[in-house]
Ligand binder design. Sequence first.
Ligand SMILES: Cc1ncc(COP(=O)(O)O)c(C=O)c1O
Length: 395
Amino acid sequence: MTATLETLFAARVREVTPPLFGAAGEPARPLISLAYGLADPALFPRAELMAAAAEVLAYEAADSLNYAMSYPGLTDQIVARLRAEGVDAQPEQVLVGYGSGQILALLPEIFVDPGDTVIIEGPSFLGAVRRFVQSGARLVTIPVDEYGMDVTALADTLRALAAEGRRPKFIYTIPTFHNPTGVTLTLERRRQLVALAAEYGAPVVEDDAYLDLRFTGESLPSLAALDQEGWVIRVGTYSKILAPGLRIGWVHARREIIDRLLMVKAEGTTGPFITRVVARYSADGRLEQHIAALRRHYATKCEVMAAAIRRHFPAEARFVMPAGGFFIWVRLPEGVSAGTLLNAARARGAEFLPGTACFAEPGHGDDAIRLAFSFQSSERIEQGIAAIGAAFADV
Ligand SMILES: Cc1ncc(COP(=O)(O)O)c(C=O)c1O
C-alpha cells in the first residue's frame, strides 16, 4: 500500500487554493495586467532608501543585524502619525509585522475557533478573508454600496445574530478607498459602525491600507479616531505609501489584543534591519513629502483610466470615481459576464480582476471587474483599457 500525504494535512489547508499574488510578478506574459494593486516602480525612492540602508549599516549594524526587537523608533513614528489623525495612540498598543497581511492572518488565530462568526464586506480583499476561512470562521457578508458598507444591513445582521446567541468575533472592513470598489464609508456611517461595535461588543478590524492616498475631497476621521471604547483594531501598512517589498505593516489595538498577537507571531519581532531603514527614510517629514507626490501621481493615473473607460467601454458600464486608492470597480452592462470578458480581453492582450475573485461565496461578482491604475504607466493604462473595450464587442 502506498501511503499518501493528503490525510496528514490539517483540514484548513487540505484543499489547495492558488496564491493570491501568484500571477502578479510574472513579467514573461506580454499582457497589460490591470489585475493587481502593485505599486508603481517609478515611484520607489531608491536613492533615499539606499542612503538610509547605508546609514543603518554604518551606525547601527550591531543592533540591526543581530537577533533583536524591531526598532522602537518606527513604532514612535507610527504612533505620531496615528495621533495626527486623532487617535489616542500609545506605543505599547502598536505591533509591527511583516506587512499588514501578516497582521490580518494573525488576527483570526487569536479570535477565531472553528464555527465562530466573522463579518466581512462583499466584495472584499480576499487575501485577508481567506485567512479567516482557514481558521474555521463562518462568514457573514454585508453588502457594500457607493457609500461603503451598508451599515443598516449590518445593524440587522448584528440583531439577528444576537437573537441566536451569536456574537461575532470581529467585523472586517476597508472603510477608505475600499479594495476592490474604491468607495469610501461616509462620516455618518462611520459613526453608526463605531456605535454598533460598542453596542454589540464586536471588534471592528479597520484595514486602512489606502487611507493616505487621497486625491480629492476632505479627509474623514478613521474609525479608530471615532472610537472611544477601544473596539476598533486599526491595521495599517507601508506598502502603499512607500514600497510593498519592504514588508512592513502594523496594528494598533487594545493591549490585551497586542499581547495575544505576540503569542502567535512566530518570530516575536519584525525585521530589526528593515524597521530601522524605514524609520531613517521616513524621518524629518520625508515620508509625508513622498506621500504628497504619490497622491498627485496616482490621481493623474486614476483620471487617465477613468477617461479611457468613458472613451472605450460601452456607456452602460458604470463606475463610481474613487477619491483615492488604487482601483476602479466597473459594473458591467446587463448580460456581460466578467469571466467571459476576461477571456476575450486576454486574447486582445489585457487583463483585469473579475469581480468573482473579490467575493467569499461563489455566485457573486460576475457582473463587475476591478481595474488597478496603480502599476501600469498612463500609456499602458490607455492601451489596456482600449483592449478591454474592444473585448466588449467580442462578447
Ligand atoms: C485592503 C488591503 N489590506 C491589506 C493588504 C496587504 O498589504 P501588505 O503589503 O501590508 O501585506 C492589501 C494589499 O493589496 C490590501 O489591499
